[in-house]
Each structure stands twice: as structure tokens, then as C-alpha cells.
Design a protein around this ligand. Structure first.
Ligand code: SAM
Length: 429
């Protein structure tokens, strides 16, 4: 068992170094109460190395928790006393990322240890290591569970999944095949299939951090929300990227203006609107924008008070430039590949920098940029270097910044490193 390395400490916080992707839980962090602050994130003024990140944490007790929801016996805890605080480490597997799956009975009885189930009922249950079956991913979505695997299920696997799902109090189980090339498949091929339980669960609401989103298993491969953006949505919803770094600059005097590009079902837009912003959502799909409006309504927001713009992001950015529109936050979370009339073939690793050069002039001074990519093969160092270069090309400077990875329930292994890269930036004149 290796404790996290405490790099330095001051009156209020520790700076610790832990492997990337290790989830952190803070009981009392910068004055926040209770486990609502579970989303304690990865703060690094510099880009972390591939395996390590520097994390600033509040002085009062905080926890490093395991990547999975194993109930950990006390003898697996390691407590490090410091002059002004206590670090409790719940991660027994550092630094090798090994773990032994607990048995199925334990799995069925597991509560989501650090998510408040009244606020969040959508998260990864099993990650790639598979608690039920190796190589499987299980995602809890409200009262249903969605399994993903490379191979079709045997009858024995179906019954076993149904038994464990029912023991968890769930009412339906869906399965979909892991697909690497979804573009080449039809919607019907890609839809998850009901493998047990109540078919009326095919559509319905889920909750994430107290916000409602509609999901739909009949809409193809993606059911309506990318759960790995949960922590970033939380940041937008609560107007806080990191202590002392709000999403909307405190200097903003007007109603905050937010541009959500590649908006999909408008998850980021809902959170920004709930936080009080006026939001422009742009997407190439009318269906997703209509879905986004439903998500607004589900949260008591009036879609008429916001803009939902159908069409190519690249075309809209040019229009915004001509109209001299300015924003206080721009969300750039594009797909890895896309095709559009304005751009042709978009490839994120090649074209993100050009996209940033287009959007940065739309940002007010001190405006924030959220740049995110799930392109697993894109090295974090190259990702941030290309963004920084694009900002310099626009003759703008980076102020505050936070680099974030995927949430704890999207496990990280040496063999499967953190794929989600997010850089939060303050862009100064
Ligand atoms: C990976 S999702 C984006 C995820 C989204 N940012 C979120 O928070 O869930 C891809 C979305 O980008 C949209 N899209 C792809 N190419 C586009 C383009 N050129 N202009 C506008 N939207 C585009 C797709 O319709 C789809 O809704």
C-alpha cells in the first residue's frame, strides 16, 4: 500500500500526488459540507504526467477512494497524520491498479458509496474490469442497468444478470455490444436490447447531481447523456471549476452568456441555464436539439428564453463573428470525428486547434473555455500544447486553468489509461 505523496502543505490545503484517474472524495473541502463534495477533482497548474497528477485538497480529512464501489474493510485504510490534518487513503491498490473482483452477492448489495442516491441515479457500476464478468461494463440508469460487452450473452449470463440486477432493486436490464465503428451501423443495430424486466423503462428520466435528463434506449448507440462529463456539468451547474476559479468570471456584470457547441441533448446547456446563464446551444441534429428542449422543461427551465440553433458549428461561429457576439463561457466538446458541409471531415486531433482559433475571438476577456476530448490516443500533453498554441495565435493569454480527467467510476488501468481530457481555461486579452 502506497500513500499519496504529499508534495507540500500550507494552512488550508495539501498538495498531493496520486495516479491519474484515482478518485478523490472530500468530506469537508473549502467549507463544503458532507459528501456532496465527492466530486473533488484533479487540480494541476501544470499538465500531469501520464500516471500522476497533483491534487490540491482541503486540510480537513479527505479520502482517496477506490475506482470501484468495493466496501473496504478497515485494515485496508491507511491513515497519514500530518501536522494540521489527516489523510485517509481508501485505495488499496496503488500504485499497481490491481484489484480482485468481489463476489456477486457483495456486488448486488453494494450501495453507491459516495454518490447521494437521492441526487444521482446514473453512473458506471462496473467498469472495464467487470465485477460480474470480466470485460463488461455496467451502467446504472435510473431503475435500469445497461450492460456492454464484446460478445452476445449466453442464457446463463442473462439469468445471472437478471438475478443481480433485481437484487440491486432495479427493474430492467439492457445490453448492447461494444462497437468500435458505430458510423457504419444502422440505428436498429445499435440500440440496446431489453434482456430482462420492464419494457416501459425504454424511455424515462434519470437524475444526475439533482438535474433531470431524459434518456432513450431506442435512439441508437447513445442514450442521451455522456455520463463521463458528470463532473464538468457539476462545475457548470455550481459555477465553480476549482476553489477560487468560478465558471463565470466575477467581473461579469451582465447576465452570463454561454455558447455550447456540439450541444447534443444540451446537458451542459441545462446546467448553465440552471446556474442563471443565457445559453446558446448549437447542433447539427434537430432531433437532439428538440431533446435538449425537453431536458430544459424537465428542469423547470423555459426553452424559449434560450437559443437552440440548428446547423453546422463552423457556420454558426462565422455568423457570431460577423454579428460581434461575445460569450463568457464557451463549451467545446466535439466528437472525435464528424463530417459537415462547412468543414468537410473534422478530425479532433488534427482540427481542434483551428476550431479554437475560430472561437477564442468570441470570448470576452476573462471568459472561460472548456475544451474536452475523449480521443483516447491523443496524449494529454499534445492536447494541451495544441490548445495553448491556438490561444497564443489569437494573441490571447491563458490565466487560471484546471486540467481534469474522467470521473472515478470510469476506471483507469495501466492498460486502459484515462481517455477523457478536459482543460478549463480563463482566456485573457
Ligand atoms: C460527442 S457529441 C457531443 C457531446 C456533447 N458535447 C455533450 O456534452 O454531451 C457529438 C454531437 O456533435 C454534433 N455535431 C457533430 N458535428 C457537428 C457540427 N459540425 N456542427 C454541429 N454539431 C455537430 C452531433 O450532432 C452530436 O450531437
Amino acid at each position: 500500500m502506497t500513500s499519496p505523496l504529499i508534495l507540500k502543505e500550507d494552512e488550508r490545503s495539501f498538495l498531493v500526488q496520486v495516479p491519474v484517474g484515482v478518485p478523490l472524495l472530500s468530506r469537508h473541502r473549502y467549507g463544503s459540507e458532507g459528501f456532496q463534495s465527492w466530486f473533488l477533482r484533479h487540480f494541476a497548474p501544470e499538465v500531469p504526467s501520464r500516471f500522476c497528477q497533483s491534487v490540491a485538497v482541503g486540510k480537513q480529512s479527505f479520502l482517496l477512494v477506490p475506482k470501484t464501489a468495493d466496501p473496504l474493510p478497515a485494515d485496508r485504510l491507511s491513515i497519514k497524520e500530518s501536522s494540521a490534518g489527516r489523510v485517509t487513503v481508501l485505495h488499496p491498490y496503488l500504485p499497481r491498479f490491481d484489484w480482485e473482483p468481489p463476489n456477486e452477492q457483495e456486488t448486488a448489495a453494494l450501495p453507491p458509496l459516495w454518490l447521494d442516491s437521492r441526487a444521482t441515479n446514473a453512473y458506471r457500476w462496473d467498469h472495464a474490469l467487470g465485477r460480474a464478468f470480466p470485460g463488461w461494463i455496467g451502467t446504472r440508469l435510473g431503475e435500469s442497468i445497461l450492460y456492454q460487452s464484446e460478445n452476445r450473452l449466453s442464457d446463463a449470463e442473462r439469468s445471472s444478470l437478471e438475478a443481480s440486477g433485481r437484487a440491486m432493486g432495479l427493474v430492467a436490464g439492457y445490453w448492447k455490444r461494444h462497437e468500435r465503428a458505430v458510423q457504419k451501423k444502422t440505428k436498429t443495430d445499435l440500440c440496446p436490447e431489453l434482456i430482462w424486466g420492464d419494457a416501459s423503462t425504454v424511455q424515462g428520466p434519470i437524475k444526475e447531481s439533482g438535474v433531470c435528463y431524459d434518456i432513450d434506449f431506442a435512439e441508437g448507440y447513445s442514450f442521451g447523456l455522456f455520463l463521463d462529463q458528470r463532473e464538468n456539468r457539476y462545475r457548470v451547474r455550481h459555477n465553480l471549476i476549482e476553489a477560487g476559479f468560478p465558471v463565470i468570471s466575477p467581473r461579469v456584470q451582465h447576465r452570463p452568456q454561454v455558447l455550447n457547441t456540439f450541444a447534443y441533448t444540451c446537458g451542459f446547456s441545462v446546467c448553465a441555464a440552471l446556474a442563471g446563464a443565457e445559453v446558446v446551444s448549437v447542433d447539427l441534429s434537430r432531433k437532439y436539439l428538440a431533446w435538449g428542449k425537453r431536458n430544459f422543461v424537465a428542469n423547470g427551465l423555459d426553452p424559449e428564453k434560450h437559443e437552440f440553433l440548428y446547423g453546422d458549428v463552423f457556420g454558426w461561429i462565422k455568423r457570431f463573428q460577423r454579428r460581434e457576439r461575445r460569450f463568457d463561457l464557451i463549451v467545446l466538446d466535439p466528437p472525435t470525428f464528424s463530417r459537415s458541409k462547412e468543414w468537410g471531415a473534422f478530425k479532433v486531433t488534427r482540427d481542434m486547434a483551428k476550431l479554437i482559433e475560430m472561437v477564442v475571438p468570441l470570448l470576452n476577456s476573462g471568459g472561460r473555455l472548456l475544451v474536452s476530448s475523449n480521443a483516447a490516443t491523443w496524449e494529454p500533453e499534445l492536447f494541451t500544447a495544441s490548445i495553448a498554441k491556438a490561444i497564443r495565435t489569437c494573441h490571447r493569454r491563458i490565466g487560471a486553468q484546471v486540467y481534469a480527467t474522467q470521473p472515478w467510476d470510469f476506471g483507469v488501468l495501466r492498460a486502459a489509461e484515462s481517455y477523457l481530457k478536459t482543460w478549463w481555461l480563463e482566456v485573457l486579452d
